[in-house]
Design a protein around this ligand. Structure first.
Ligand SMILES: Cc1cc2nc3c(=O)[nH]c(=O)nc-3n(C[C@H](O)[C@H](O)[C@H](O)COP(=O)(O)OP(=O)(O)OC[C@H]3O[C@@H](n4cnc5c(N)ncnc54)[C@H](O)[C@@H]3O)c2cc1C
Length: 398
């Protein structure tokens, strides 16, 4: 890997910051602290690579693939685009997803094309599609669960075709047991827009995510240590401040119990053909099919190659922590850990594992930049009134 400074031995001099996790949260903050404030930063990760879940690499066939499933960058924040553009050029890419339903492949989110294809209709306008969906909707008075959200919006039949099986596979729970926030993210459209996202900026790093992270971490004040768990080195590395982007419950030795996560098993396949499917991702809501979706990377990366590479996603209860399970009792458990974090000086929790919340990549970048601003401000104030600001510096995440 070019440019990065790897550390293989315990350093003699300490660091201003030890950052656990080389994903978006840790790497953005490391870059800012080093380049913006001249801090000496050590970034560690227990995986053998940087970039966290956004890690991409060329597989044996030479196709650029995402090891942890397809990562599509989309945002409405120009500030975040401007920041990341210091480290990468971009390639325009609008993600499209089809769902296999009733032996057809139809657009998801459900739109007018979906309804016409599924029911042999000829809805011509938004108004007609709106009336059609309204005629199927089954109003629910008190919307509390994911099932309520969808049935209320589009009725039970479409709910069962598109959401019930998919959600049961994805979460291992029936939508009636899941918080309404899970499906309130999924829009239904009456037009024919078949893009998965509608954000103003939809582009992916031209040479991949890992290359962008290499450039972000390529700074004389940043050292990187891979294959290193925080537990192995916590007593050996001198540091003033700790930024922890790993699971918050693990940091506290699971003292209140484990925060539940849903995991995924990725099955990567290289195929001796140029194309496998029509779009970047195809969803399989049918409960009889064990995987939830198949993604083909060449759609996303634009790479020309005689072979193609795809990934099947199998949801599972065991494995790396990917999705915090949004249920009230889990939020309450997280609150207890958060209170413990508030009472622990010198450590700040950041990122999706540190704050037990599903964030898109742009949101994590935003979270890291916001934390940096608070650190920078505290530092500025400490130059004016050192004692009070020192106190503030140790409790920045609150
Ligand atoms: C399947 C999947 C698909 C996704 N698709 C998208 C998408 O299309 N668009 C989008 O915007 N977002 C997507 N995301 C979300 C995206 O992955 C996250 O927003 C992003 O990874 C969060 O960055 P992070 O730094 O908080 O966490 P991570 O990327 O998970 O980085 C945390 C790092 O900390 C390390 N770590 C943890 N504990 C320790 C420890 N004790 N010692 C050392 N290292 C440790 C881990 O190894 C990991 O590398 C997807 C997520 C998943 C799971």
């Amino acid at each position: 890997m070019s440019g990065l400074s790897y550390l293989n031995d315990t350093p003699r001099r300490g660091f201003d910051y030890l950052i656990v996790g080389a994903g978006f949260a840790g790497s953005v903050l490391a870059e800012r602290l080093a380049a913006g404030l001249g801090k000496r930063v050590l970034v560690i990760d227990r995986r053998p690579h940087i970039a966290g879940n956004a890690y991409d690499h060329h597989d044996e066939a030479g196709v650029l693939v995402h090891r942890y499933g397809p990562h599509i960058f989309h945002t409405n924040s120009q500030r975040i685009v401007d920041y990341l553009s210091r480290f990468t050029q971009w390639r325009p890419y609008e993600h499209r997803v089809l769902a296999v339903v009733d032996e057809q492949q139809v657009p998801i989110p459900i739109n007018r094309t979906t309804l016409n294809a599924l029911y042999g209709l000829d809805l011509q306008s938004d108004e007609e599609a709106e009336r059609y969906l309204a005629s199927r909707a089954e109003p629910v008075d008190d919307i509390r669960t994911s099932e309520d959200v969808v049935v209320n919006q589009i009725g039970r039949e479409l709910y069962e075709k598109f959401f019930r099986g998919y959600t049961r596979k994805q979460w291992g729970l029936d939508p009636s047991q899941l918080d309404k926030s899970v499906t309130s993210r999924i829009p239904t459209r009456t037009n024919t827009d078949d893009r998965y996202f509608t954000d103003s900026f939809q582009q992916i790093p031209l040479h991949g995510y890992t290359r962008m992270f290499e450039r972000m971490l390529d700074h004389p004040n940043i050292k990187v240590m891979l294959n290193t768990d925080y537990r192995e080195i916590r007593h050996d590395i001198q540091h003033d401040q700790l930024i922890y982007c790993g699971p918050i419950d693990e940091y506290f030795d699971f003292c209140y119990g484990k925060l539940p996560y849903r995991s995924l098993r990725f099955e990567h396949r290289s195929l001796d053909q140029e194309r496998f499917q029509a779009v970047g991702t195809v969803n399989y809501p049918d409960e009889g099919v064990p995987y939830t979706r198949i993604s083909e990377y060449k759609h996303i990366t634009g790479q020309a190659h005689p072979k193609t590479s795809i990934t099947y996603e199998y949801p599972s209860a065991e494995g790396d922590p990917y999705y915090p399970i949004p249920r009230p009792e889990n939020a309450a458990l997280y609150k207890r850990y958060q209170q413990l974090a508030d009472a622990t000086p010198g450590v700040t929790f950041l990122g999706r594992l540190g704050t037990y919340k599903y964030y898109n990549m742009d949101q994590v970048v935003g979270q890291a930049l916001a934390l940096y601003q608070r650190i920078e401000q505290a530092q500025r104030e400490s130059q004016e009134a050192p004692a009070e600001a020192e106190e503030r510096l140790t409790h920045l995440a609150r």
